[in-house]
Design a protein around this ligand. Structure first.
Ligand SMILES: CC[C@H](C(=O)O)C(=O)SCCNC(=O)CCNC(=O)[C@H](O)C(C)(C)COP(=O)(O)OP(=O)(O)OC[C@H]1O[C@@H](n2cnc3c(N)ncnc32)[C@H](O)[C@@H]1OP(=O)(O)O
Length: 313
């Protein structure tokens, strides 16, 4: 009887793991958005509404190394997200979802500061609660898909990452902080809570007690505290201390290289199996791991490695 139940569970998990794999592999335009009309959400309609709040840009540089750089670019507003930048972000995530040669991603802000969240002028102008919710759902979808990219991603935090900017750092696999930088979930100070998925991701990164402290206390997280609570994965060298270390972007790319060195299909497979382990119940995660394993077993990188005599350190 137990075996039958397990078989039924495996069958159920097999179908949902295929859905998970399909979600990872469908082309970006066909990818299912987190929200639909049943939630009162229409992505194209929201895109048009957001475009009514112009300013700044989100720029994407895809490099031959397989590492892309996404820059939040609105320095006159401390890289605050205008409405059109939210649309830009979603479009760049779509491009990255279709980038078959991608292995890594650095997310950073222009002019040596990260991002100060939503453009408060746009927030004030987004009058109706319904439109506020649509912005929230639009950004939750974009940031969830950013985190689900089959790329190893790192947020390069210089200056300040505030509000939605702090939430954006949690939509990357890792966070590197420059000396003097601050990640602060300031939402409480404006009578809000995170809305772009930052609370759900923060609990998974630092645990519920630390998340409650960082949100409830709107705590200024400097590099030392970031390392202590597990929000930061590394601290950059200060410019003057080690000129050989290079610019903050060079340091971030050097740091990322150890986790993206290798064939594209293998690095993408690594991210997919970790994603499954992070998001799925055990049996579905195991099924997805099996599916992903099947894509690399006997593939060129595997056969080349088996044919070579070199020992792996
Ligand atoms: C779910 C996300 C959430 C939501 O949408 O509900 C949010 O993210 S709400 C926004 C949360 N962010 C903030 O509350 C940060 C607001 N900004 C500041 O606290 C300061 O500007 C700071 C600390 C980022 C920088 O202070 P500093 O004194 O160094 O510079 P200024 O304040 O003079 O800022 C320079 C210039 O940038 C404009 N600015 C900065 N942040 C924003 C922003 N979020 N929206 C719009 N504009 C912003 C600021 O107004 C200055 O412009 P100026 O024309 O000189 O007034």
């Amino acid at each position: 009887m137990v075996l039958c139940a397990l078989n039924r569970q495996l069958l159920r998990s097999s179908s949902s793991c295929c859905v998970f794999m399909a979600r990872l592999q469908t082309s970006s335009r066909r990818r299912r958005c987190l929200y639909s009309s049943t939630h009162g959400f229409n992505q194209e309609e929201t895109r048009q509404k957001l475009r009514a709040f112009p300013g700044g840009s989100v720029d994407l540089l895809k490099q031959d190394s397989g590492v892309a750089v996404l820059t939040i670019n609105n320095p006159a507003r401390m890289n605050a997200f205008s409405g059109s930048m939210m649309v830009d972000l979603e479009e760049k995530v779509s491009q990255l979802e279709s980038w078959t040669e991608g292995k890594g991603l650095v997310v950073r802000g222009a002019a040596e500061t990260f991002c100060s969240g939503s453009d408060l002028n746009a927030v004030r102008a987004i009058s109706s609660p319904q439109d506020g919710m649509k912005m929230c759902m639009f950004m939750q979808d974009a940031l969830t898909r950013l985190l689900r990219l089959p790329l190893v991603s790192v947020a390069l935090v210089e200056g300040r990452a505030l509000g939605g900017g702090a939430e954006l750092t949690t939509a990357c696999d890792f966070r590197l902080m420059a000396p003097g930088s601050v990640i602060q979930f300031v939402h409480k100070h404006i009578g809000l809570v995170p809305g772009w998925g930052g609370a759900a991701r923060l609990v998974r990164i630092v645990g519920s007690q630390n998340a409650l402290k960082l949100l409830g206390g709107a705590v200024k997280v400097d590099p030392e505290r970031g390392l202590y609570v597990g929000l930061a994965d590394g601290v950059l060298e200060a410019d003057g201390d080690a000129p050989s270390a290079g610019t903050p972007l060079q340091q971030a790319e050097d740091w990322l290289r150890r986790y993206t060195e290798g064939p594209v299909p293998v690095i993408q497979a690594v991210k997919k199996v970790v994603l499954a382990g992070r998001e799925l119940p055990l049996l579905e995660a195991l099924q997805t791991e099996k599916e992903v394993f099947g894509t690399v077993w006997g593939a060129p990188a595997n056969l080349r490695a088996l044919a070579s005599k070199s020992k792996h350190k």
